[in-house]
Design a protein around this ligand. Structure first.
Ligand SMILES: [Zn+2]
Length: 88
């Protein structure tokens, strides 16, 4: 019971720390908003998200290629393992 409470408090502290680090003042209404938000939830004003990093087409293509290669390697490994075990 005591351990559970400690874990919960740690999570809460972590969340609070995150919030403190990432909350910025809205330039339109002065309310606290997260720095990754594109629009202010309080006044609907447009924000300049510094924490927000949209992926470029080039990055998406790169991720897709890497995912494909990783998938192929896993597939080949599975096939090799299957035949290695099957031969036994
Ligand atoms: Zn605002």
């Amino acid at each position: 019971m005591k351990k559970k409470t400690t874990v919960y408090e740690d999570e809460e502290a972590k969340r609070q720390k995150y919030a403190e680090e990432h909350i910025v003042e809205c330039p339109h209404c002065g309310e606290g908003v997260f720095d990754h938000m594109k629009t202010c939830p309080h006044c609907g004003g447009k924000l300049d998200p510094k924490g927000y990093n949209p992926l470029t087409d080039k990055q998406i293509k790169k991720i897709k290629t890497v995912t494909w290669i990783v998938g192929m390697v896993i597939a080949v490994t599975v096939v090799i393992l299957y035949f290695a075990l099957w031969k036994k």
